[in-house]
Design a protein around this ligand. Sequence first.
Ligand SMILES: [Zn+2]
Length: 243
Amino acid sequence: MSRDASLDHLHPIFREKAKAVLESLAEESLPFRIFEGFRSPERQRYLYAQGRTRAGAIVTRAKAWQSYHQYGVAADFVLFENGRWSWDDRGKRRKWWQQLHQVARDHGLEPLSWELPHLQLQKMKLADLQAGRYPKDGDMAWAEHLEDAILNWQDPASAPPLPPILAERPPLPEEAIPVFYQVTARSGLRLRGGPGTGFSVVGSLLPGQQVRVLDWQQEWAQIDLAGDGLADGFCHGGFLAEV
Ligand SMILES: [Zn+2]
């Protein structure tokens, strides 16, 4: 749940803009760095709890999957001076934060009025991100990192859809996909008429029996008992091992 400042985990559109902002800031000798970019939903939940169900000051308005950080389209830029992070906005530094926001707007990033360091991609709607309508041209570095966050999240129903670019990963060649399996359940397995326990039992498999799997429907395997290429029913794949 640690803080992640990696540019790789940001969406490429945001990543390029963030780099351009850093370059412009360096040209103006403004000592900002990226403090945090991608933020996991677990870390967002942890930060949301601060000042609410946990001690400390309130630091965010957003719950898990409600912050642009979870989608890699936001980052927090913080002053880094003499080896220390600083949120100081008094005196001469007040103007520095204003300059940060101006540079950000020049590059198509949007500041928040209530959270000085936060910059996010302009013209994005949270509802679009939550529905999986991500900015176009996402790359694998961003997509696979977001995939991890989605698959690791405890409550799949509240996570967003996987980035569509992941579907472009080439499938295994057919000959590399195992077809023969052995039943590993001590008491055998029920064969059902369809892929689910709601389908009626049409037969049974013995412990250790070898079967051919014709197809998978999620965790349900379509079984060919006679080896003639015709389906005899479905059984749960949790007790099947590759031969
Ligand atoms: Zn932020």
